[in-house]
Design a protein around this ligand. Structure first.
Ligand code: NAD
Length: 478
């Protein structure tokens, strides 16, 4: 399969273009050849998107936007197996988890469809200000125009829709640049929206590298907002290059989970197995640091190692597979190197730590230090550390000792303690008796510190993708 960018409904996959291969990370089979876009294509896509914003989307009634998004949700529901198979192949995500991603993507479209009809504003009490008598103040929300959306490889469909669907719900147009590692689902998405009745050009997709096309999109003066999900270094570069544009950055983390001695041990252990190792830990809110109160440290660790060793590793296409490959060999090598480096500095591998090509066995580390890479940086791999603590104060200090702050989990039956800890954590979202890795598509989601700027979660993304306009009326005083 050869795929290229789509601009105003027309694919650009001519022979003369430079190409790049997309491979299945499990068996390295070629699944697509990309006809790469360059800066000129980005310019064409943005210009066209700008035109379509003014001619079609800006004036499109809310009921029509809602209907297009509803039809897209229905179409995705119908094609869920097809889309799940694509994600399994391009990202190496185990098929059961790929299906979960599609289910969530359908919900994101449905939430966006519903909220298309709720782009509300307010009427201000103008007479609250001295001299404001006989004045009416209206606060409206308006779409921004062209939104540039840039996404990573790990949730190729759901994270794309977390940007595209709210942007369209608000009445914007979108130029979307998916990760070059996983562009096949993005390519299919264009057809899905075409079939749902979205005007050509309201969603233009650029298939290209970050350097060649991402940078051009961020720099383009007709783009009003960049919404980016990806790594911290790229997020930093985008923030610098974006100038006056609005920017949402959904970046990385090294998520902490705090387990107090009174927590329900059995369910906590099993949910943290999934929380640390689902999709080989390549999840931005993957459990990376597990702090366990001293009294239950040994029994937690023993049960955790045991259950982790029961996971089934292998072909992501098999129904029974829990853990598939990492995205590529370079990433698996990098993660293995971090494990070996920690071990050389005194950390203990409780289980795992072995690499074969793109496969890395689920790894639990203990005896770690806060300055090791597996603690201080984002591992983005199936590696988790289990660390003992004594007091509540200590647990909060350990958890907050990070440049990141995206999501955390706190496990205890004591609600007063849970709330105290949640309030003290310097983190965008805190789950009580749930893992940091759990996300619903309707709650506000985003980080503090270097985990990012702005919030997603459909309602909150729509807020960030609209601009407030004030209209005041002075009435005749008769
Ligand atoms: P990445 O940062 O390498 O790439 C993300 C996207 O940015 C890709 O489309 C890439 O082509 C593009 N890009 C690269 N350089 C660019 C540039 N200079 N200008 C503009 N665009 C550029 O990330 P990845 O390896 O695909 O994904 C992993 C990262 O994503 C992890 O750090 C993870 O934590 C993060 N992530 C965050 C969230 C969240 O919601 N906070 C969710 C998922 C993943």
């Amino acid at each position: 399969m050869r795929i290229g960018s789509t601009i105003q409904g027309i694919e650009r996959a001519e022979e003369k273009r430079e190409t790049m291969e997309v491979q299945n990370p499990y068996n390295q089979k070629k699944i697509a050849e990309l006809a790469l876009a360059g800066p000129q294509d980005v310019n064409d896509a943005v210009q066209n998107s700008y035109e379509i914003f003014h001619s079609r989307m800006k004036g499109m009634p809310a009921h029509e936007r809602a209907e297009i998004l509803r039809r897209a949700a229905d179409a995705l529901h119908q094609k869920q197996e097809e889309f799940a198979a694509v994600i399994m192949q391009e990202a190496g995500k185990p098929i059961r988890h790929s299906r979960e991603e599609i289910k969530r993507s359908i919900q994101v479209l449905r939430f966006s469809s519903e909220l298309s009809k709720h782009r509300t504003g307010e009427v201000l009490p103008m007479d609250a200000a001295i001299g404001g008598e006989n004045r009416v103040g209206l606060v409206k929300r308006e779409p921004l125009g062209v939104v540039g959306a840039i996404t990573p490889f790990n949730f190729p469909l759901n994270l794309a829709l977390h940007k595209i669907a709210p942007a369209l719900a608000a009445g914007n147009t979108v130029v979307f640049k998916p990760a070059e590692k996983t562009p096949v689902s993005a390519h299919k998405l264009v057809t899905l929206f075409q079939e749902a009745g979205l005007p050509d050009g309201a969603l233009n997709v650029i298939i290209g590298t970050g350097k060649e096309t991402g940078e051009a999109l961020v720099a383009h003066e007709l783009v009003q907002k960049i919404t980016f999900t990806g790594s911290l270094p790229v997020g930093r570069a985008i923030r610098k290059a974006a100038g006056f544009k609005k920017v949402t950055l959904e970046l990385g983390s090294n998520s902490p989970n705090i387990i107090f001695a009174d927590a329900e041990l059995e369910t906590t252990v099993s949910s943290l197995v999934k929380g640390a190792f689902a999709f080989s830990g390549q999840v931005c809110i993957s459990a990376q640091r597990i702090y366990v109160q001293q009294e239950i440290y040994e029994s937690f660790l023993e049960a955790y190692v045991q259950q982790t060793e029961n996971l089934t590793l292998g072909n992501p296409g098999e129904e029974s597979t829990d853990i598939g490959p990492m995205i590529n060999e370079e990433e698996a090598e990098r993660a293995k190197h971090w494990i070996d480096d920690a071990k050389a500095k005194g950390a203990v591998i409780q289980t795992g730590g072995e690499r074969n090509g793109t496969m890395l066995t689920p790894t639990i580390m203990s005896n770690v230090q806060s300055n090791m890479k597996i603690i201080a940086d984002e591992v983005f791999a199936p590696i988790v550390s289990v660390i003992p603590f004594e007091t509540e104060k200590e647990a909060v200090e350990f958890a907050n000792d990070s440049i990141y702050g995206l999501q955390a989990g706190v496990f205890t039956k004591d609600i007063d303690r849970a709330m105290r800890v949640a309030n003290q954590l310097e983190i965008g979202g805190v789950w009580i008796n749930e893992i940091s890795t759990y996300r619903q598509d309707n709650h506000p989601y985003g980080g503090v510190k270097q985990s990012g700027i702005g919030r997603e979660g459909v309602k909150y993304a729509i807020e960030d993708m609209t601009e407030i306009k004030f209209i005041g009326i002075k009435m005749e005083d008769k």
